[in-house]
Each structure stands twice: as C-alpha cells, then as structure tokens.
Design a protein around this ligand. Structure first.
Ligand code: KG4
Ligand code: ZN
Length: 338
C-alpha cells in the first residue's frame, strides 16, 4: 500500500488530542488532558471548550513534529464529528475544516463511538485485531455500550446505558466516599485489598442488554449515610471493603449483560475499549471468561482506550481507503448514533 499520512483531531469531551497516522500505524498521538475540571469534580463544558481553543494549535504542532511530518505531506484530515459536548466538538470540527480547506485535502468525519471500537485495528506490536463478527463493549466516563460489529462500518448497538455511564458510576461512588475526581482508578486500587462480599448493593432490573447505574449511586448514598450516622469513621475504616463491594456490583452488572449478548448472538469474541477497560477487576473477569467460557477477549493499549486522536486516525485511514470523504458543509453533532 502507498503511504498515506492522515492528521486526526479529537475534541469531544475534555481531552484535546491530535495524531498522525501512516496508514494503520500511529506516528504520534498527543493528548492534552484538561486538569481544570478536577477542582469541580467533573467536566465543566464551558471550561472544556475554552481549553480546547487554547490547546488545539499547540497539540497539532506537537503531533506533526513528533511524527516528523510536514503538513504538506498530509493526505487528509480526520476529526470527531460527535457524539460529545457541542462546544468541545465545534473547536475540533472548525479547526479540521479550516485546515483541510487551507491545504486543499479531503476532510473525513468520524463517529467517536465507532472510533473507540475501531481502535482495535490500530497496528500495534503484540496486539491482535479481532476477527469479524465480534462484540464490542465500550466503557468509559461518558459511554456504556454493547455493539455487534459485522464489519468496519457495519455495526449495531445491542444495548446501552439508560442513565449514567459505567465510569460515572465509579466516579460518583468515589465522590460519595470523599475520594477525588476521577475516582475510578482509586476505587480499583482500594478494591484490590478489600472483600468484595463485605457489603451487598442491589442490582438494577433492566430489560434486554441495556444498563442502568443511577440506582446504584442512590443505594450507596443511603448506605453510607446510614453507616456514618452510627460510626462517623465508617468510610475511612472500611474503604477497601466498600470499594471492593461497589466494584464487584458494577462488574457483575457488566458481565451479566455481556454473557447475555454472547448467548443471543453466539459470538464469543469480545473487544473492550474506553477508560474503564483499565480496571483490574474487569480484566480479571475477562481472563476468567476466556478460561471458563471459551471467550476470546481483546483490550487495546491503554492510550488507545481512553479518548485519543489515534482512534480517530485509524477510522480516518479506513474511510480514506473507501474514499468516504465529507464536504465543508459538515456540522458537529452532539448526539450521533453509530
Ligand atoms: O475514556 P476515558 O478516559 O474518558 C471518557 O470518559 O470518555 O474514561 C475515563 C473514565 C473515568 O470515569 C475513570 O474513572 C474511569 O474511566 N477509569 C476507571 C479506571 N481507570 C479509569 N474506572 C475504574 N477502574 C479503573 N482502573
Ligand atoms: Zn470516549
């Protein structure tokens, strides 16, 4: 194949990212994470768009410099059109349109959720891409989806969250325990030293392959309130056990639905993506399912799991090959289904 260099831009939430791909290989993948949101305990959309404005030019320059590529060598510009925060998407979309116009090269729009899934096709040493068809489980602070993937651009959402995302469930539970944002990694850390059966939280009753996590947060809230009234030091004395029990409940919800999806489709290849894929508990459960149920599971390198432009770049390359370009009238889409 001829070498094609594609610049990719991701700005859907609170990370400003730019990547340069050479076909399916990543030459650079620069991510500017916005620290400003930490003090607010969650992403503040208005602040996110402002930070994107400040970050986008330096991040793109860095990505080109790291790849050692001049912008004149680029074959196309790929960008995240949605879903995401409108103000954030507008920054990347407008920037990508202007640059493509200025360089007079094709523009390629990318669906962020498809990109999380197609990140598995980034060429990476020691990593095998899943064969079609496979099931994708995308779990992050913003998304929770089970998708049946028949081919690159032939996929179907089988189930998704009706309220909070999995990462949100981790973060909100952590917040109730007084842990800093984002609390997911800390819950994971404490859980490893705790007893997962110490406390029991109810699981939601949701039909089919959809998820719900908001009830869990409420039951944790009441549980902690009840216990700290009896013992003000309850949380600090039991942090490991509380985290282990909360994580256990979340993972049981995920695994039950995943098992249902496997039964319904007969597909045993499972590809995981999104920031929550870093969770040691879910990794353990998947390993166990490989041994017990004959599943084959795939997890990309962590930097391709969390929001990043390389995953936009791989979709950009696949669309470039299909000559699937978009024109300058394209607009960002906050809600954008697969
Ligand atoms: O993909 P990501 O970086 O951003 C988006 O939300 O799109 O995912 C971040 C989410 C946060 O909710 C964070 O708490 C969660 O992933 N997370 C984890 C772990 N590492 C990150 N949750 C549980 N265990 C972890 N080890
Ligand atoms: Zn994402």
């Amino acid at each position: 194949d001829q070498k094609r260099y594609i610049l990719a831009i991701e700005s859907s939430c609170d990370d400003t990212s730019a990547a340069v791909m050479c076909n399916t290989k990543v030459l650079s993948n620069v991510v500017a994470t916005q620290e400003i949101h930490k003090q607010y305990g969650g992403v503040v959309p208005e602040l996110a768009s402002r930070a994107h404005q400040q970050n986008i030019v330096p991040v793109v320059h860095q990505a080109l410099a790291k790849a050692n590529i001049d912008k004149k060598q680029l074959s196309a510009i790929a960008f995240t059109r949605g879903p995401g925060l409108m103000g954030s998407l507008l920054v990347g979309t407008s920037f990508a349109k202007s640059l493509a116009l200025g360089l007079n090269i094709p523009l390629i729009e990318v669906n962020h959720m498809e990109a999380h899934i197609l990140a598995h096709f980034i060429e990476d040493e020691g990593k095998e891409a899943p064969d079609f068809p496979f099931l994708a489980l995308t779990i992050s602070g913003g998304h929770t989806q089970i998708v049946k993937v028949d081919h690159y651009f032939n996929m179907q959402v089988l189930g998704e969250t009706l309220d909070d995302a999995v990462g949100e469930a981790f973060d909100k539970s952590a917040k109730l325990m007084g842990l800093p944002y984002p609390g997911g990694p800390l819950v994971d850390k404490y859980a490893q030293q705790g007893n997962a059966k110490a406390f029991k939280f109810p699981k939601p009753k949701v039909d089919g392959l959809n998820f719900s996590f908001s009830g869990l947060k409420t039951s944790i809230l009441y549980f902690l309130k009840r216990e700290t009234e009896k013992n003000p030091d309850f949380v600090s004395q039991n942090i490991n056990d509380i985290c282990a029990s909360v994580q256990h409940t979340i993972l049981e919800i995920l695994m039950e639905k995943l098992k249902m999806a496997v039964e319904q489709t007969g597909i045993k290849q499972i590809a995981i993506g999104g920031g929550v894929a870093a969770n040691s508990g879910i990794r353990g459960k998947l390993k166990q399912a490989e041994a017990d149920l004959g599943w084959k599971t795939y997890i990309p390198k962590f930097e391709y799991c969390t929001d990043n432009a390389a995953m936009i770049g791989i979709v950009g390359y696949l669309k470039y090959q299909a000559e699937n370009f978009t024109d300058q009238s394209v607009a960002a889409k906050a809600r954008y289904a697969i």
